[in-house]
Design a protein around this ligand. Sequence first.
Ligand SMILES: C[S@@+](CC[C@H](N)C(=O)[O-])C[C@H]1O[C@@H](n2cnc3c(N)ncnc32)[C@H](O)[C@@H]1O
Length: 267
Amino acid sequence: MSPHPNNLLDYYASVRASGLHARGQLATNHLLKLLAAKAGEVLLELETGTGTTLVQTQVMYPQSVLHGLEVSPAMHQATEKRLKACGIRSIPLHRSFQALPEHFFDVVYCESVLAIQEGDDLDKLVQQIKRVLKPGGRLVMNETIWLDATSWSDIRSINEQGKRSFGIIQANDKHPYVRDWVALMQQHGFSSQAVLKVDELPYLATANRWRMVLLKSKSFTLVGKLKQRYVNSYRRQQSEFENAIQQLNTPSGKTMEGVLFVFKCCD
Ligand SMILES: C[S@@+](CC[C@H](N)C(=O)[O-])C[C@H]1O[C@@H](n2cnc3c(N)ncnc32)[C@H](O)[C@@H]1O
């Protein structure tokens, strides 16, 4: 797993963007509930982005021990700044998997991280997750993956275009569909506990939304939004990315969907 310099995600880091995954806050609320972390359990958020969910996890599960990992220097720095702005000093933030001990975590969770790994990088990342999870540990993730109706040739061309325009693929093409994801995880010894389409999730309120620490996190995000809106260079870059994203749309319309998976490790 390696960061990609000068891509869309570096831009999002610079504007402190939140919820870079299917159905944003609503899906995060469901993911947080699915973590079902008990007191004393050790959790790892994989690829924290700018750290919005990390802060929410800390608020929802104060009795658990939370760690974060972010490989991109720009995103890592954004998470550090958010934690500082929120007055949180207790969360170790790692830069790579290598330093993490084996069978250490009860839960690993992520949002829009595994699916954007290219080719065999996805298998390697699943191996790393398995290495750091305790036996019986859980992996909870919200990943945007290809619809069964999306053809292989559309997948290839959309990924090539995305890579060219903003440095990342839309979703792995070696394991394209939901059934392939479940099969991949089973090959690595995980068992599937839940598969939920995020477009079908009901409303779920954000827990503890008026807590001061969450308001501080929102203010941190707001500063980035203002920058995006009022600083010319950021506004220009945003519209370039928006145009590039729009061009990924195929005539057949929707090609992907967000899926919340819960897996148990490992046979
Ligand atoms: C779409 S963002 C999601 C960020 C955050 N989880 C969220 O939902 O807002 C993907 C995250 O994965 C990280 N990442 C790790 N490996 C990556 C790769 N090969 N390509 C792109 N991003 C990668 C990025 O740094 C970024 O934080």
